[in-house]
Design a protein around this ligand. Sequence first.
Ligand code: UD1
Ligand code: CA
Length: 458
Amino acid sequence: MTKRYAVVLAAGQGKRMKSKLYKVLHPVAGKPMVEHVLNQLNEVELEKTVTVVGFGAEKVTEHVGNDSEFVLQEEQLGTGHAVMQAEDLLKDKEGTTIVVAGDTPLITTETYRELFARHEEAGASATLLTAKTDSPDGYGRVIRNEQGEVERVVEHKDANEGERLVTEINTATYCFDNKKLFEALQNVSNQNAQGEYYLPDVIGILRKQGEKIAAYVTPDFDETMGINDRVALAEANKVMKKRINEQHLRNGAAILDPDHTYIDAGVVIEPDAVIHPGTVLKGDTVIKADAEIGPNSEITNCHIGEGTVVKQSVAADSHIGDRVKIGPFAHIRPASNIGSDAKIGNFVEIKKTDLGDSSKVSHLSYIGDAQVGSNVNVGCGTITVNYDGKNKHLTTIEDDAFIGCNSNLIAPVTIGKGSYVAAGSTINKDVPEDALSIARARQSNKEGYASKLKDRNN
Ligand code: UD1
Ligand code: CA
């Protein structure tokens, strides 16, 4: 079988993005564009993948370091010049090299495979991936002769009026006979509108040498979209959103309004989970079967257990067990671990807290830096006073404890197993197991005093 290689072009700055962030690192569905490219590409069996980096080289290599080798393009002199940087690693290899731009994040493994297959079947020296569109502005146009054979590619800025009417565009994805690619690159010049060494010029050069040029016209222009500015980035996110949501629907997740549900690539959702509108699922999130999320919830890097319900809430970097009820309007902050059958109700904030099975924090509380056992009831308005202005301290609440409403637990402090804290207490000493602790001013009633006060004020 023919050996296969890949070169990914990711050295450009992306001026048209008007951004501090290097273009290929802009996320589509939460994942940098170039990572999409490498992930899809690496599903094809490749001998070697070389990514050309330049602007933001360190950051780019950080993101895709495991998926590719790197070469540095110190000056961005064009896409042809970029491929030349891989010369030392590749030029002597027999086989097929696919070249892909780092800013076409929507192309799928299937399309890459199909392009390789067609290229190898045709025995071509180069095979272009092309697409047809009614708005070809900005793209290189594929120029064919009267027999319909590809002659060359002309960049938009170099094209004459007639050429600009061509609706078949170069997607910047190609398969080449590897050795012929590097030979032809020697002959690419920078005599053009942008003063750059264009990779697509290789097509015209090979054609003039009598080499066979093939083209695979994809039926799906959307997939080949090149992202040069934020308008295209927004469009790509839309396309990717639809693709991801449809995939989850096919797998059995109930996404009620896919147009208003935003799920990062890589999120796992099990069948019969229900996702309501306005839900954003980010990072490495897993939603187990029969869970119900939203409306209007944002979950980042969380495990959400089976049958758990999260309404109008925000949760990050936490593990949430089965059959938990969260919200509406709760905030689960990082490093929390919520046991099964627990409840976290309205306007409750939880941070860096283990909450045991069947424990409840139902209303208006802040529980931070706490170890809470199982079957604990934390009354409305309870606060862990975890911060002394300098350090954070731990609150421990053991199994079966009952914390009355509006209590302050001044950490470090331990509330013993099965104990009671009376409502309104400010607790700054440990409460022993099975004790009732009352820490508030004693109430005194002055009989008949109210009418006396009224008389005095008249
Ligand atoms: C390129 C193609 C155009 C095609 C379009 C499809 C060329 C000359 N033109 O145009 O025919 O229709 O893609 O999307 O190739 N890059 C480098 N080093 C450089 C220049 C660019 O690594 O010196 C990288 C960029 O980071 C980017 C990719 O190559 O990921 C494409 O470059 P870009 O400037 O976006 O090319 P387009 O003008 O879009
Ligand atoms: Ca581009």
